[in-house]
Design a protein around this ligand. Structure first.
Ligand SMILES: *Cc1c(COP(=O)(O)O)cnc(C)c1O
Length: 419
């Protein structure tokens, strides 16, 4: 699969006249089409809902687009809850899947009608003291060990801080039931960025069997099962993307095999996808401003890890297209760098690319999720703008770039001292 940007060089040049690089730009049409496909994949399940993981792309314009497509939000902090509420999400459209949660946030989540997903058995007490036990409550499961599909190890839940053990989660439902909860959910997130159609069905089987066991041993009915995030995207061009229709059918099959015979055919399936909903539909657009020939060939761009930290943080691959040179041979090898005083501030290392000239516009792909949102202000660099390519081809700014005043705003007394 080759990766083509959703904007051309001519379009980018036009956009840059008004909004200088670097910026993130999102493709509204593709976001909507993908969301519709997800709903189609789970149309067999009456109560299906996608709770978009706000942390992936916390922008109200994006949240409202997803709301129009039927999605709710998944939050894990006060600000994400507040943003969801202000965007008009209401009970039961907000999921609060947090961990290490401050008591005030449970209280606020409950106030705005969010479904609270407990990460630990000890949080029952925190929740009860903060706001009482709500009628609907969810618990997060962590089976421990390694999570494998066939013989391939996908991730390592035994090392993850999230969720409760089997014994704890069963005990948690007993306590919650005794304290008056009526509707129960199960949640689990066992592997991140999976590029296989088997992840959700494998996870679903584990959770569906757990639901049956809980029904039998605790005597509570599970009303929803939240498969959470983890359906990924192919960051590298050699990978085949997930087929969400196949994934939906895979979950359907396990649903019919495990839940229906146990009398649990009314269970709603929820997802909390972030990356799958947005990553491919956002580009980080940046301009080449320096070339440097020392022990290696470097291209310096006007974006840095402040705009997209995944390569620096995880060594993540993000595909790069030089606009206008989409079909040119990749006969040069570059490190593409930002300006931070950290040697890991590189968008690409030893990457074959076409010859890059100063002023060339580069598209860094799959930056629509966990891109802007993971940004920070190291070296006093300011966060860039977010733009939206509308369905009619127009471009609007949906978050302005930070200014120097924004950067200094939290420094008490600073202006008085320097004046
Ligand atoms: C991060 C996260 C998600 C979304 O994960 P993606 O990899 O973006 O799909 C969903 N639920 C929870 C609880 C998370 O922490």
């Amino acid at each position: 699969m080759s990766k083509r940007p959703f904007i051309t060089k001519v379009q980018a040049e036009e956009i840059i006249k008004k909004f200088p690089t670097p910026f993130h730009i999102y493709d509204e049409k593709a976001i909507r089409e993908n969301a519709r496909k997800l709903y189609k994949a789970f149309a067999w399940n009456k109560g299906f809902r996608e709770y978009f993981a706000v942390k992936a792309t916390p922008n109200p314009t994006i949240l409202k687009i997803l709301k129009e497509e039927g999605c709710g939000t998944d939050c894990s902090s006060y600000t994400e809850l507040l943003m969801s509420k202000e965007c008009g999400f209401k009970n039961p459209e907000i999921m609060f899947s947090s961990n290490d949660t401050p008591a005030e946030e449970f209280k606020y989540a409950n106030e705005i009608g969010a479904i609270i997903n407990l990460d630990d058995i000890t949080h029952i007490e925190t929740l009860e003291q903060a706001c009482g036990i709500p009628e609907t409550v969810c618990c997060r499961y962590n089976p421990g060990g390694k999570f494998a599909i066939a013989t391939t190890i996908m991730d390592n839940p035994g090392d993850a801080k999230y969720g409760m053990t089997k014994e704890q989660i069963i005990e948690a439902y007993k306590i919650l039931k005794a304290k008056g909860a009526k509707k129960f959910g199960i949640h689990s997130f066992l592997a991140s960025n999976t590029v296989t159609n088997e992840y959700y069905p494998t996870l679903a089987k584990i959770l569906f069997e757990l639901a049956v066991e809980i029904k039998e041993t605790v005597g509570v009915e599970i009303s929803f099962i939240n498969l959470s995030g983890g359906v990924g995207v192919p960051y590298t061009p050699d990978k085949e993307p997930n087929d969400i229709l196949v994934i939906g059918e895979g979950v359907h099959k396990v649903f019919d095999e495990v839940l229906v015979p146990a009398g649990l055919g009314d269970v709603s399936i929820y997802t909390e996808l972030g990356r799958f909903m947005l990553a491919p539909y956002g580009h980080l657009v940046t301009t080449a401003i320096h070339e440097k020939h020392t022990h290696k060939e470097y291209i310096g761009v006007d974006a840095s890890a402040v705009n997209l930290i995944r390569p620096a943080m995880y060594g993540a691959y993000h595909h790069i297209t030089v606009l206008g040179k989409e079909d040119a041979p990749a006969d040069h090898t570059y490190d593409v760098t930002g300006s931070l005083c950290e040697n890991n501030d590189k968008f690409a290392i030893d990457r074959p690319l076409p010859k890059i000239d100063m002023g060339d516009i580069l598209v860094i792909h799959d930056a629509g999720a966990h891109g802007f949102s993971m940004g920070y202000n190291y070296n006093g660099r300011l966060k860039s703008a977010e733009l939206l390519l509308r369905e009619d081809g127009s471009v609007v700014e949906i978050r302005r770039a930070e200014t120097v005043d924004d950067y200094f705003a939290t420094l008490k007394g600073f202006w008085d001292i320097i004046k």
